[in-house]
Design a protein around this ligand. Structure first.
Ligand SMILES: [Zn+2]
Length: 80
């Protein structure tokens, strides 16, 4: 019966840790293309991954899916 117990623990772990984040609502960050002006939503965990390669004061840039230009995070508050 030890097999079943292992499986139970695995299921329990999957349930508690939610390792794939399936039960969490994804947060999206709006990016705006500085070349064509279109906007795209990028999941925030992707943006955080980009941040690992950057200096603290550098902005995350992604490739625009519409024109292959540069997209930067759109500012919610333009005065910021
Ligand atoms: Zn673009």
């Amino acid at each position: 019966m030890s097999k079943n117990k292992e499986q139970d623990e695995l299921l329990k772990w999957l349930d508690e840790e939610d390792p794939f984040g399936l039960n969490e609502e994804m947060e999206f960050i709006i990016f705006k293309c500085i070349d064509c002006g279109k906007e795209d939503e990028v999941p925030d965990y992707v943006v955080e991954e980009f941040h690992f390669d950057l200096e603290e004061d550098e902005e995350v840039e992604v490739v625009c899916p519409f024109c292959n230009g540069t997209m930067r995070q759109a500012r919610k508050d333009p005065s910021e």
